[in-house]
Design a protein around this ligand. Structure first.
Ligand SMILES: NC(=O)C1=CN([C@@H]2O[C@H](COP(=O)(O)OP(=O)(O)OC[C@H]3O[C@@H](n4cnc5c(N)ncnc54)[C@H](O)[C@@H]3O)[C@@H](O)[C@H]2O)[C@@H](O)CC1
Ligand SMILES: Nc1ncnc2c1ncn2[C@@H]1O[C@H](COP(=O)(O)OP(=O)(O)O)[C@@H](O)[C@H]1O
Ligand SMILES: [K+]
Length: 505
């Protein structure tokens, strides 16, 4: 699903106004009416309602909402104009509204008056600032936003976007409305789906405001939400008359003396996702435990400190493989030469995770190839880029877009909302998954999932997008019947077939 930036919305408004001869006030009317209709499902008509109106078109929408709430039978509507000026369409809607009988309109001069109205309201409709927020929120807006956030016993519903939140880009450091519901127009905005911004959005609703399909189709966003339907289309098809060769030969390479679990989990996930043949390559010390973990994989032993002989011993397997997942639990001691030689010689798609990323961060980024998928969490991303972790988690989409282009590869920036970016910097935001995944080993499962999808024929980007979604979905399905605390990464791996069924059937 397309996610809109402020520029995308401006593009739509221009197309409608100039190519389709539609005055902007028509869209404002559609928006306000659709929002008011949605609102009637969210509170009773008897509620005491306060509509807070700002200077731009978001405020104009609020004035249309107030009128349609009255038309729909709400009787206790107070409108508070929080600015000395209104937009042109906002002014027109103010002139219409002031002819109505059952509405009280105040233009606030002092905060005291606004406070009194707010304090006695059961529903607060926030139409102070929309996607036009372009500077620090200070003064009267900041004070009103603080008041809204202090009032815990009212339902706060934001029009289009919580006031103060930016549609895209880094976390705003200024007061922002914390909404219970956000009713957004036509397309969700990028930041609404991603933590930490997502925390202020509440329940997200998207309403149709009558933008013609031909205009919607012309919108070219730089980010998309990953949906089940999209993933269904990306999944490699499996045939009844297939054989194991159709689903590829993959390699999981990693592990160390005290870290056999990571490769076990990646391997388990790869076979649960349907890989044709799996070879697991690990240090000799852990070969037996990895082999005994599951009968489906073929296990090979190596010694990281002897890169030449290790690469020679596994040369045949490496050459025959379709893709490799590399680095899980590998450690970073005495294996940098092995790692460098391996990645320079391996030409097939590579999924680099965990210590593989830590080893990669010490090398020039020119070694990265366009058929690679890197799967860092914020700390690993910090090592790869030199950015502070806080800069990454406060602006994950922009960071991921920038570095996927710079590294020229598929980048999976993991977190509570994972961002996947193509080498051209197009972002795909995942919303499946839950806090049951916040455990050591969850990322190893994801790596195996992505590997398996590449081996079955998906492009690295398609495998990353669908892998992240299915991995999260598997944990969501488990959460339906059990508490998040006890859901294990291996449970998530074992549940992958159910997750696939829920998409494909
Ligand atoms: N296609 C769409 O999506 C449509 C969107 N509409 C509405 O239009 C809104 C966008 O309208 P605008 O572009 O007028 O933007 P806003 O309503 O967000 O208001 C921007 C105004 O506020 C001022 N401003 C920005 N940041 C400020 C700050 N920190 N403190 C004080 N003032 C600040 C700006 O100078 C400008 O005058 C959308 O959010 C939506 O509600 C609808 O009216 C019609 C169609
Ligand atoms: N709260 C959460 N909601 C959704 N997904 C989460 C959450 N916490 C963690 N995850 C997911 O779990 C995985 C954790 O990966 P990672 O930190 O690399 O773990 P490890 O290296 O221990 O395997 C990532 O895919 C991440 O997106
Ligand atoms: K708003």
């Amino acid at each position: 699903m397309k996610l809109a930036s402020s520029e995308n919305i401006r593009f739509i408004d221009k197309e409608i106004e100039y190519k389709h001869n539609t005055p902007s006030i028509v869209l404002m009317e559609n928006a306000g009416r659709s929002i008011a209709e949605k609102m009637t499902q969210l509170f009773s008509k008897q509620s005491k309602i306060c509509v807070l109106v700002g200077s731009g078109n978001n405020g104009g929408d609020g004035l249309v909402v107030a009128r349609h709430l009255l038309n729909n039978g709400c009787q206790k509507v107070h409108v508070v104009i929080c600015s000395t000026s209104l937009s042109k369409d906002g002014q027109t809607n103010y002139d219409i509204l002031k002819t109505y009988r059952d509405v009280e309109i105040y233009t606030i001069k002092t905060l005291e008056k606004a406070k009194k109205i707010l304090w006695s309201s059961e529903v607060i409709i926030d139409s102070l600032l929309g996607i036009g927020v372009n500077k620090e929120v200070t003064g009267i807006y900041a004070e009103i936003i603080d008041l809204i956030n202090q009032k815990k016993d009212a339902k706060v519903i934001s029009v289009d976007i919580p006031s103060g939140l930016k549609a895209c880009g880094s976390l705003s450091k200024w007061p922002t409305v914390k909404a219970d519901h956000t009713i957004t127009l036509e397309f969700p905005k990028e930041n609404m789906l991603i933590y930490p911004h997502k925390k202020v959005v509440g329940k997200l609703h998207v309403v149709d405001i009558g933008i013609p399909k031909m205009v919607r189709d012309r919108v070219r966003p730089s980010s998309y939400q990953v949906t089940a339907n999209f993933v269904k289309k990306l999944l490699p098809k499996h045939r009844e008359d297939s054989h194991k060769g159709d689903y590829g030969t993959g390699i999981v390479l990693g592990g160390n003396t005290n870290m056999a679990g990571a490769v076990k989990l990646s391997s388990l996930a790869a076979v649960r996702m349907g890989i044709g043949v799996l070879h697991t390559i690990v240090p000799n010390e852990i070969k037996n435990t990895v082999q005994n973990y599951m009968p489906e994989n073929i296990t090979w032993a190596i010694d990281y400190s002897k890169s030449r002989s290790s690469l020679n011993d596994t040369a045949k397997v490496l050459t025959k493989s379709d893709a490799m997942a590399l680095g899980m639990g590998m450690g970073t001691k005495s294996n940098d030469q092995f790692f460098e030689k391996l990645i320079l010689s391996y030409k097939k798609p590579l999924v680099v995770d965990g210590d593989g990323l830590n080893l990669l961060s010490k090398l020039p980024k020119g070694v990265i190839k366009s058929n690679w998928v890197l799967t860092p969490h914020p700390k690993e991303m910090s090592r790869l880029t030199g950015l502070e972790v806080s800069d990454i988690v406060e602006n994950p989409v922009e960071v991921c877009k920038h570095y996927s282009k710079q590294f020229n590869c598929t980048l999976v920036l993991k977190g509570a909302s994972t961002v996947i970016c193509s080498p051209k910097g197009i972002a795909f935001i995942n919303t499946s998954g839950n806090k049951s995944l916040s455990k050591g080993g969850s990322g190893d499962v994801l790596t195996g999932v992505i590997l398996s999808l590449i081996c079955a024929g998906a492009t690295p980007l398609a495998a990353a997008i669908s892998g992240v979604y299915i991995h999260g979905l598997s944990s969501d399905l488990l959460l339906e019947s059990q508490n998040y605390r006890g859901i294990l990464p291996s449970d998530v791996a074992n549940h992958l077939p159910k997750a696939i069924n829920s998409i494909t059937q």
